[in-house]
Unconditional design. Structure first.
Length: 212
């Protein structure tokens, strides 16, 4: 009988090579899956019709406007930026910052003047919140999600009339509930969100995703 040792060596080498290839492929797939799951998302956009449109005029007790006839609040909308960190294919956490201006014009009586003068009232709103989103459709080019955010709003109010100027600062609650959001694209894409809160009923913008 011939020596079986060379045949056994060939079989051992082929098995080792096959196992090595399989391990390398599994490792590469795992790395790709990890990069796809743990990604970063920077975004910016615009929001229309925030909750402040419907809550009425802002109150400033320290601004000496006794009696006034002012127009309704007017605003160009909310501008925001944010960052999300995807913890897995479902949950992501992050933060969001926004700015919005409301202004009113009319006439009123100031503290040092007895006559009715033209008055301009401005409210600059600086908003920040922590945010959690839940993705229930995560495809290569489409993501569908909902979310909730809680934070604060700093209201910097100023009033000007007849050369006089007064200012006041208030802290207001802030936050946003996203009932449904859609993101299209891979690394660079756009998104549309429908919900309600201090950022708007309808939000839209651009975002950039990248893996670790």
């Amino acid at each position: 009988m011939k020596n079986p040792f060379p045949l056994l060596m060939v079989f051992f080498l082929m098995s080792s090579f096959s196992f090595s290839q399989k391990t390398e492929t599994t490792s590469t797939a795992s790395a790709k899956s990890s990069q796809a799951t743990l990604c970063n998302d920077f975004y910016g956009g615009y929001g229309a019709f925030s909750i402040f449109y419907f809550t009425g005029n802002f109150s400033h007790s320290s601004i000496p406007l006794y009696s006034s006839k002012l127009s309704d609040d007017q605003s160009a909308g909310c501008f925001f930026i944010g960052y999300n960190r995807l913890l897995n294919k479902v949950v992501s956490t992050g933060f969001m910052f926004g700015y919005q201006n409301f202004h009113r014009r009319g006439t009123g009586y100031l503290s040092s003047l007895s006559n009715n003068v033209p008055v301009t009232v401005n409210d600059d709103l600086l908003m920040g919140m922590a945010r959690v989103t839940f993705c229930y459709l995560n495809k290569r080019f489409v993501r569908m999600y909902s979310g909730v955010g809680i934070g604060i709003t700093i209201d910097l109010g100023t009033e000007k009339g007849s050369g006089e100027s007064s200012s006041d600062r208030n802290l207001l609650p802030g936050g946003q509930i996203t009932l449904m959001g859609l993101r299209f694209g891979r690394a660079f894409g756009g998104f549309v969100e429908f919900g309600f809160g201090t950022y708007g009923i309808l939000n839209a913008g651009l975002s950039y995703n990248f893996a670790d």
